[in-house]
Design a protein around this ligand. Structure first.
Ligand SMILES: Nc1nc(=O)c2c([nH]1)NC[C@@H]1CN(c3ccc(C(=O)N[C@@H](CCC(=O)O)C(=O)O)cc3)C=[N+]21
Length: 282
């Protein structure tokens, strides 16, 4: 029988621990507070920002959302980030991606103080991640590792295959899986004969952004499949994996929705708490 890796449930479970931590901090007079900067009017970003807002409210984390017009200049974003970096009341900052094309995302992200970098995307924190000295990780990657552990999936010595080499999912997840002693391959749009490699995967992760990308001929029977894709097809939310044909072949699989999405938001909040504790030496 195929087991569903229920992200929504895991996020709820994990949220209880996080809630206890937050309550403890509050008893000590520490009120975690983070800021989301959203530049432009990407419709998907608007949805994610709202999701984060709801989650933060539920946990009692203070949150400010800065909605900036798509015409915002680099100097203006820098000025805002500088102000938040210097504000001792602010424990975490994130800039929603994608940002308008005239802005250089690496440069904007790098303006964030690494100590307040909730997404773990500043060059300092990316360096720390690959070095093994990290204290905050990109949320999706951290959440996937925690989900696998929660469901008792061993990573040591396993073949992990990740499709997608983005800075926010593929690359950081590879670093974390390597740290868990897995053998990791990163596949991408230029990879030749993808299926030959995906068929070796004990754990297959798809972060492509294309509905129906992962088909049954790409799967090793009994594999664990993690679907990071968020695609809208006829108004419906679907992942990258052709779920109906793939799920009968595998040991475990994440659904979309209710899989990695809710876990990402949960682990962003964990990032805020980790940074808050660190800033107060707790
Ligand atoms: N700086 C930055 N950090 C991010 O973490 C970040 C980002 N930019 N840009 C976009 C991606 C995407 N992302 C998601 C968050 C929640 C759901 C989520 O909750 N999804 C629900 C469904 C929500 C719905 O119905 O639309 C689910 O899968 O069940 C999905 C995707 C965070 N991202």
């Amino acid at each position: 029988m195929t087991e569903l890796l229920n992200g929504k449930e895991f996020a709820k479970f994990h949220g209880q621990h996080l809630q206890a931590e937050i309550d403890q901090l509050k008893e000590k007079g520490i009120f975690p507070h983070f800021c989301v900067i959203n530049i432009g009017d990407d419709p998907a970003s608007a949805v994610y920002v709202r999701t984060k807002k709801r989650k933060a409210e539920k946990l009692g984390i203070q949150q400010d959302i800065f909605q900036l017009p798509s015409s915002t200049t680099e100097a203006e974003v820098f000025a805002l980030i500088d102000r938040l970096n210097q504000d001792p009341e602010i424990n975490g900052i994130m800039v929603q991606l994608p940002m308008p094309k005239h802005l250089d995302p690496e440069k904007v992200l790098d303006r964030i103080d690494p100590e307040k970098d909730v997404d773990g995307l500043t060059s300092t924190n990316v360096g720390r991640l690959w070095q093994g000295s990290h204290f905050v990780e990109p949320a999706t990657a951290a959440g996937i590792i925690a989900l696998l552990k929660h469901y008792g999936v061993e990573l040591t010595g396993k073949n992990c295959v990740i499709i997608g080499r983005s800075n926010i999912v593929g690359k950081p997840l590879a670093a974390l899986m390597l740290e868990e002693n897995a053998t990791v391959s990163i596949l991408h749009s230029k990879t030749q004969n993808l299926a030959r490699l995906t068929k070796t995967a004990d754990i297959l992760v798809s972060a492509v952004g294309q509905a129906g990308f992962v088909t049954k001929d790409m799967i090793k029977p009994g594999a664990v499949v993690i679907d990071v894709g968020i695609n809208r097809v006829d108004g419906k939310l679907v992942g990258d994996v052709a779920f109906d044909e793939v799920s009968p072949l595998v040991k475990m699989i994440t659904p979309v929705p209710g899989g990695i999405g809710p876990i990402t938001v949960e682990f962003l909040m964990e990032g805020v708490i980790k940074l808050t504790r660190r800033q107060y030496g707790r």
